[in-house]
Design a protein around this ligand. Structure first.
Ligand SMILES: Nc1nc2c(ncn2[C@@H]2O[C@H](COP(=O)(O)OP(=O)(O)OP(=O)(O)O)[C@@H](O)[C@H]2O)c(=O)[nH]1
Ligand SMILES: [Mg+2]
Length: 298
């Protein structure tokens, strides 16, 4: 790397992250989830593919490496110029842990010099390997440093947490979520709640009844905020669903961020539940999807 390249990297605030891991681990699915806010199916990556994500004035070059055998030779060259390296493991594919360990350890000289994040993907499937099982199977304790984060690139579980961790490793800056979310509920068009878990503590004292009747009455109206007892309740409609989130009503809250989070959740649900178009609704599926995605909003 020449002087010009070094100066360019320092002053343009560009950072590079490289995502490695066996074929079918879910690398491309993650990049696409980060860009689109939902799950999409992709063809295997031939060679490598560069994407750019800009966050708070910093451009992150994300190099998504093909994981098939023929392309693994490319990993060392790319990782040597990265500020952070991801190794993604399919936590459901125990039969491939040995192969994953061998490939990971071929990069061990790189990990002595830069941060490594292991993403344990496919945490929507059962039975998935636990984090300690993965640490053991990949021999991670022998590495100078590492972090393992469970995620699902299908449901979005843990995706924001993983991204915030990458961002921190790249920039030394902590991205914070300012929504201060207390509860999420998703309703059908008739105002019937489809989710309930983990909301009990906040939804006492008639608050939920109030929201419920509000949703029923207002499904076709434009009103999208309610203030009640120190809480701000935001509503959003999508084609077949309505979502409400409750946040603490104080000066620090970023209402726009909260609204856009709720919007993303509804878009994701509509996308993952094509049966809604046929007027079919699986409330267990919606509850599960909301639970998984909620980690991105809390
Ligand atoms: N159930 C489930 N399937 C997933 C998840 N992430 C990815 N997949 C599926 O796994 C398969 C492989 O995903 P890709 O993102 O193409 O995998 P990749 O690591 O980019 O593979 P290569 O490009 O060949 O290295 C696809 O069928 C995805 O739909 C997940 O979190 N859960
Ligand atoms: Mg790929």
């Amino acid at each position: 790397m020449g002087v010009k390249d070094i100066l360019k990297r320092v002053f343009t605030k560009e950072k590079k992250i490289v995502i490695t891991g066996l074929d079918s681990a879910g690398k491309t699915t993650m990049v696409s989830f980060l860009q689109n806010g939902t799950f999409m199916e992709h063809a295997p990556t031939m060679g490598k593919e560069l994407s750019q994500i800009e966050v708070q004035g910093i451009r992150i070059n994300v190099m998504d490496m093909g994981g098939q055998k023929d392309f693994r030779d490319l990993w060392v060259g790319e990782t040597s110029t990265a500020e952070c390296v991801i190794f993604m493991v399919d936590a459901y594919a125990r039969e491939r842990f040995n192969e994953a360990k061998d490939e990971l350890w071929k990069l061990s000289s790189i990990f002595k010099k830069k941060p490594l994040i292991i993403l344990a993907n496919k945490y929507d499937l059962q039975p998935v390997a636990s984090i300690s099982e993965i640490i053991e199977a990949l021999n991670l304790k022998d590495l100078p440093s590492f972090e393992v984060i469970p995620i699902s690139c299908k449901t979005g579980y843990g995706i924001v947490k993983a991204f915030m961790k990458m961002y921190y490793k790249l920039t030394g800056k902590q991205l914070t979520q300012k929504t201060n979310l207390r509860a999420i509920t998703v309703f059908d068009q008739g105002g019937i709640p489809l989710t309930s878990s983990s909301n009990e503590d906040i939804l006492q004292g008639g608050l939920f009844t109030a929201i419920h009747s509000f949703v029923k009455e207002s499904f076709n109206k434009e009103l999208d905020q309610l203030k009640m007892g120190g809480h701000l309740i935001l509503f959003k409609r999508s084609k077949h669903l309505m979502g409400s989130i409750i946040v603490h009503d104080n000066d620090n809250i970023d209402v726009k961020e909260a609204e856009s989070g709720l919007n993303d959740l509804l878009t994701h649900l509509e996308h993952m539940c094509p049966e809604l178009e046929k007027e079919q609704l699986d409330s267990d599926k919606i509850e599960y999807l909301v639970e998984q995605y909620a980690s991105n909003l809390l």
